[in-house]
Ligand binder design. Structure first.
Ligand SMILES: [Zn+2]
Length: 329
């Protein structure tokens, strides 16, 4: 049994997305499989949990979601709801296993109580391996009565096309920008509006970027990128300087900067904070537009690959060696 937990509030900037779902529900047009995607730091996981709790509630509200007072809400807060099931990544690999998904699919075929939903949640759907994802097809093709499957994925491209095509996909965005800015201001973030504009992440991401740890990591990454492209340090030293940072963070930055450098070549405006703009301006001419795009593509692929089988140091060394070789070509 799960630990008791309070009901989940909707991230305020995503409320218009909930209202869309609510209206489809009122019209009897709620699809049985919903997939939510969107940029990092938007609160996707919190949002899908809010949606599930609201759909299970017997008095759901267009503005506030679950009521917090009915039987269903009481079961949810006690951490034991008979008509709710969720799948979470397991073990060191943090993958979702095929047996776990099969069990969920079997459960979802059971009929729901009259007038209620039976809801399943997979809030990190991109952690499913291919077999696990394919085992969802059965429930997507023959859903149980009043069964609803809710998925969230930061990297929906890693889900098989057969799964994506059977879900109604919503790309979440900062649908209520004022609400996002207000929330950031209340969290003590200065220049909230400008920060949100340049961040390329949602409000939760902007908040995370205020921490000293995040800022220090950003400076290490910028130094590493300069050292690599301007030949200021050996590849071994540069890789070592990044050893404390998560591989995905490194790759996400390098991909973004490659794309920005490519844009700079093509005279497309680049939106970023002043420090990043300065970095791009210093290094963009080290590679041609085509080379930047090729590396962007390669880094994106690395980013999407299975991080469990990832030898960070070897991957970065290989990538950096090729970039260096290209700068001399
Ligand atoms: Zn309720």
């Amino acid at each position: 049994m799960a630990e008791p937990a309070p009901l989940t509030p909707c991230p305020p900037w995503l409320l218009p997305h909930w209202q869309g779902i609510y209206q489809r529900h009122q019209q009897g047009q709620l699809p049985h499989a919903l997939l939510f995607t969107g940029m990092p730091g938007l609160g996707k996981r919190q949002f899908v949990r809010f949606v599930v709790e609201s759909l299970l509630c017997q008095n759901m509200n267009e503005h506030t979601g679950a009521c917090g007072a009915c039987d269903s809400c009481a079961q949810l807060t006690a951490g034991a709801h008979a008509d709710f099931s969720e799948v979470i990544p397991e073990g060191a690999s943090q993958n979702i296993k095929v047996d776990t998904v099969r069990e969920l699919v079997g459960w979802l075929q059971l009929s729901a109580p009259p007038g209620r939903y039976r809801a399943a949640l997979i809030d990190t759907a991109d952690a499913m391996n291919r077999n696990a994802a394919n085992s969802l097809l059965k429930t997507l093709e023959e859903p149980g009565e009043r069964a609803v499957l809710i998925l969230a994925a930061g990297q929906p491209g890693s889900l098989p096309a057969t799964i994506r095509s059977r879900c109604q996909t919503t790309m979440l965005s900062i649908a209520d920008r004022n609400a996002a800015v207000e929330w950031l201001v209340a969290e003590g973030v200065s220049h909230a509006e400008q920060q949100l504009e340049h961040a390329r992440v949602g409000p939760l991401g902007v908040l995370e970027q205020q921490t000293d740890d995040w800022q220090a990591a950003e400076q290490s990454l910028q130094k590493a990128w300069r050292d690599l492209l301007l030949m200021r340090a050996s590849i071994g030293k540069i890789v070592e300087s990044l050893s404390a940072l998560p591989a995905r963070r490194c790759l996400a930055n390098f991909a973004q900067w490659s794309l920005m450098a490519n844009k700079r070549h093509l005279s497309v405006p680049v939106g970023a904070d002043p420090a990043t703009l300065e970095l791009i301006s210093e290094v963009h001419s080290c590679l041609s537009s085509e080379q930047w795009f090729t590396f962007y593509d390669r880094i994106q692929q690395l980013y999407r690959s299975d991080s469990a089988s990832f030898k960070t140091q070897a991957v970065l060394e290989g990538l950096f060696a090729d970039i260096r070789l290209s700068t001399q070509g």
